[in-house]
Write a protein that binds this ligand. Structure first.
Ligand SMILES: [Zn+2]
Length: 424
């Protein structure tokens, strides 16, 4: 190496390390400022919850029992914040609960977050573990765990905090199991290309039982010469069990599982599907719509339509043939009109809510008692939660032309929601 290249290399190296130092300082500084902002958010959310409690009796009508008044007031507050920032209400509710725990139970952790010594996820880990620590032992637990938090990654903290909590306050696995079991649920997650996930969160033995059952059924079907892959067979087995209502014994008595096409015949009672008439006739490739999911391929749609004609909506245009208004003649919403409103809305019409229209109430935007009509221009899908919220003082909903809803939250802000765009 010549002398000049060595000098150039040293220079480049110096420049690189100087620049890198700048990057890493800047990066760390951004994390610190973010932590401070997160602390600010924590204080704000905790204050908003305290206000919701303090004003519950004044803002929620006395017809609700006191305990419910407080819950409603809190939910109303969270909804207003969520709508202002366009984030899910559930996220704000969880963040508020965490914020209160930090402010009330772990002020030293909050101070550390404020100073940028730990991140919001570190703080969350600590409050999660703190939940199981008896009040008397909290100060000792916090002192030890905070020191770890300020020196390590969140993953390491999580491990150490769990061990520490377990050592200081052993809790039986039964107690933890009972608590976790209460959280069991099923979740629906849309995926691409006409697919979707169904997640089942349940106890390990039940989950294992389900897996064993579908594995056995798939293996039996394979033995009988089925050429579907194991993964496909297991998926088909579970779908068959869930959708056909066939008891496990019935399925086990026949070694060959029904194919999804056969299973589809059994989804009559719950699946609503919208098929453009032209696709039905094979003259167009326009997608059909599976309620609560979105577009599916016309072939599958047509097959379901043929199998379950009474549960299929076949429309040339969304409005054709549907009763769109019964004016003031009746309060009850006729089936045609219900269908038209649910089709237009797709989901609950509160800003940010994704509850499917089918599971929603049909709300008269202007109450029938106040002269509101039973027609498409005065009806909107609202989930039970938002339906109730709409009637709380401070909340208002204006139903404009074309199904546009203008919401007012108790903080005087306005949020607009528009109908679901037509699927075809
Ligand atoms: Zn809703």
């Amino acid at each position: 190496m010549t002398e000049t290249t060595t000098v150039a290399a040293i220079r480049a190296n110096d420049e690189y390390s100087a620049q890198l130092a700048e990057f890493s300082d800047h990066f760390a500084d951004i994390q610190r400022r973010r932590a401070a902002l997160d602390a600010e958010e924590v204080r704000l959310l905790a204050r908003s919850a305290a206000y919701a409690d303090a004003f519950a009796d004044a803002t929620v009508p006395a017809i609700f029992p006191p305990a419910e008044r407080q819950a409603l007031s809190r939910r109303s507050t969270c909804a207003a914040l969520a709508m202002a920032a366009r984030i899910p209400e559930r996220t704000v509710q969880c963040a508020t609960n965490n914020a209160e725990r930090l402010v009330n139970d772990a002020p030293t952790v909050l101070a550390s977050l404020e100073a940028g010594r730990i991140s919001a996820s570190h703080a969350q880990t600590i409050t999660d573990q703190l939940r199981d620590v008896p009040a008397a032992g909290r100060a000792a637990f916090l002192a030890q765990v905070l020191q770890v938090a300020e020196e390590s990654t969140n993953a390491n903290l999580r491990r150490r905090a769990r061990i520490l909590r377990e050592r200081l306050h052993p809790e039986s696995i039964t107690t933890r199991a009972v608590r976790s079991e209460a959280d069991r649920r099923v979740e629906f997650e849309p995926a691409a290309d006409g697919m979707a996930w169904v997640h089942l969160f349940t106890t390990a033995p039940i989950a294992q039982g389900i897996i064993e059952r579908v594995e056995t059924a798939a293996a039996e079907s394979r033995k009988s010469g089925d050429t579907r892959t194991c993964a496909q067979l297991q998926a088909d087995a579970l779908a068959a069990l869930a959708l056909t209502g066939v008891t496990p014994d019935d399925v086990m008595s026949s070694p060959v599982l029904p194919h999804p096409i056969e299973v589809q015949e059994h989804i009559k009672p719950t699946v609503q599907i919208t098929v453009p008439a032209l696709s039905m006739a094979g003259a167009s490739d326009a997608p059909a719509t599976l309620d609560g999911y979105g577009p599916i391929d016309p072939e599958t749609a047509a097959r379901i339509a043929v199998n379950a004609p009474s549960f299929t909506r076949i429309l040339v245009q969304p409005e054709t043939g549907a009763v769109l208004s019964v004016g003031r003649n009746q309060y009850r919403v006729p089936a045609d009109l219900q269908r038209a409103v649910r089709l237009r809305d797709g989901t609950c019409r509160a800003p940010g809510c994704g509850r499917r229209a089918r599971a929603c109430d049909l709300d008269h935007s202007v109450a029938w008692e106040d002269g509101g009509t039973t027609d498409v221009g005065n009806l909107a899908c609202l989930c039970r939660h938002h339906h109730r919220m709409k009637h709380l003082p401070g909340w208002n909903l204006d139903h404009g032309p074309g199904g546009v809803l203008e919401w007012t939250t108790p903080d005087g802000k306005h949020h607009r929601t528009e109908p679901d765009p037509a699927p075809f």
